[in-house]
Design a protein around this ligand. Structure first.
Ligand code: SF4
Ligand code: SF4
Length: 227
């Protein structure tokens, strides 16, 4: 599993593209607003490896003890990766829904601040709202913003091909407890994690193509640097 560790700098570049893009959006999200910070977070192993590196370099590995406080059977686990979902959806096949799981406050949220903010996963970066969630009871996210998020999810999964995807706590647990020499297949059979898939079809609604294609090309340029 160690081969994806070199991909972290490409992941950071993809995050930078996303963050630059969202700076121009009219959103209500502000520092210390954290009602969206629950433990229903999904990510790739590559994103997990970036978080682990950050915690190590900031001498904060003790924070990882928090991830063990929520047992695996009470975590929110996906049934498909994003690229699997795209494959199923474009082939008119049913997309299995994840099972319900209790919602807890994210263990990385301390005093209303994210302890891993610079390296938080894409799902956290993509969570935005045009109204303050506390006032309306839910996030107001446009379908264009959701399409942007899906585009980034798809390419990050592709970047981490050979790696895994799942509940972020389970990903971190796997990265800290599985020996690096253990095969991905063995890790997957012992856990609720899924294997990352290549992009079969980019999910791009026709009405947003004009705006999404330049974003996709910027991401693809990062892939060209990588290959
Ligand atoms: S998504 Fe909602 S809760 Fe989260 S930061 Fe934005 S406004 Fe606040
Ligand atoms: S990782 Fe950070 S941004 Fe994501 S849910 Fe947890 S506290 Fe919020």
């Amino acid at each position: 599993m160690s081969e994806f560790y070199d991909k972290r700098k490409f992941l950071m570049k993809i995050f930078d593209i996303h963050d630059a893009l969202t700076q121009n959006w009219n959103i209500a999200c502000k520092k210390f607003c954290s009602d969206c910070c629950t433990d229903h977070v999904l990510m790739t192993g590559l994103e997990g490896s970036l978080i682990l590196e950050y915690l190590k370099s900031h001498n904060q590995l003790k924070l990882l003890n928090r991830i063990l406080t929520i047992p695996s059977n009470k975590r929110f686990h996906p049934k498909t990766t994003i690229n699997q979902e795209a494959y199923l959806a474009t082939n008119d096949k049913p997309v299995p829904e994840p099972e319900d799981a209790p919602i807890h406050i994210c263990p990385f949220l301390i005093e209303n601040q994210c302890e891993i903010y610079p390296v938080r996963p894409m799902i956290c970066r993509s969570m935005v709202s045009s109204t303050i969630c506390k006032q309306t009871g839910q996030a107001a996210m446009s379908s264009f913003q959701m399409s942007v998020a899906t585009l980034f999810f798809q390419y990050i999964e592709m970047l981490d091909i050979g790696g895994c995807y799942g509940n972020y706590l389970s990903v971190l647990e796997m990265l800290t407890t599985s020996p690096e020499t253990q095969s991905l297949q063995l890790v997957l059979t012992k856990s609720s994690l899924l294997k990352n898939q290549r992009i079969y079809q980019v999910m791009m609604p026709p009405e947003y193509q004009k705006k999404l294609i330049p974003i996709m090309e910027a991401i693809q340029n990062i892939f060209s640097e990588h290959s």
